[in-house]
Unconditional design. Sequence first.
Length: 297
Amino acid sequence: MSTRIEKQIMVNVPVSVAYNQWTQFEEFPHFMSGVKKVEQLTDDRLQWVAEIGGVKREWEAKIVAQEPDRRVAWAATEGATNAGAVTFEDVGGGQTTIRLELEYEPEGMIEKIGDKLNVVEKEAEGDLKRFKEFIEDEGYATGAWRGSVAGDTLGSPTVTDAAASRGDSGKAGISGKAAAAGVGVAAAAAAGVAAAAGNKKSTDTEATTVDVPVVPVEDTTPPDVTPVVGGAPVDVAPETASERPLGEPFDQTNGLTDTTGDSDGLAASDTRSAVERDEDDRTADGYMPPGSRPGAP
């Protein structure tokens, strides 16, 4: 499938000056950014080397029609398949309109991606602007070829006129810098496709946002109830019999307070019987037996 480009620009020089400069094909690299080299083999045969969209291409073109101050038309005979024409129109006042018509067939993945990104079209537009700056700065042509080439092509040639170059991939090549540029173009295109796909997916499926309340975590650590005496904590015996230290008597009251002191179940408690305590109380200092207190019966 071919791509056709049409661009035009007006330059502030007479038509003969614009035409004469355009026929200096070997000077094209001075204002055509993608063109690396043009060699004029004969009056009607040109050898081209270009690097456009990251791809280095070579082709040989035949001038199929050339009329001084009017038109130059060409078609590729091998290499990159392309054809076209440049026409010049005197609009008066020392000004000339230049019209470029180009048709080409992109080959390979990188060229096809570049074609989708309009790389060649942008190059053509930029080349015409640079030609305008070049010829207007000089004010005169650096050379001229005023010969004519008679041909059957009246309008702009198409890729059909360049059919001899189709399928000729031997002239294609990618150098280091060109490959890097080509990969950049391919990556940009791939990113664009991925972004488009992502946008479509996000459009087709709307995401639902759910607000989840933040619930504070309650501290369930039991408070420290260790008794403190004189600023220092006091050890408390374990609550269960299985956790009691060895040598500590069993609490026969099952945790109930032993008011008689028979068995508290604690090592530090008074383990005397009531009779023993009563006997000790009688012998304690200051003990007064019943009936011995003053005024007692």
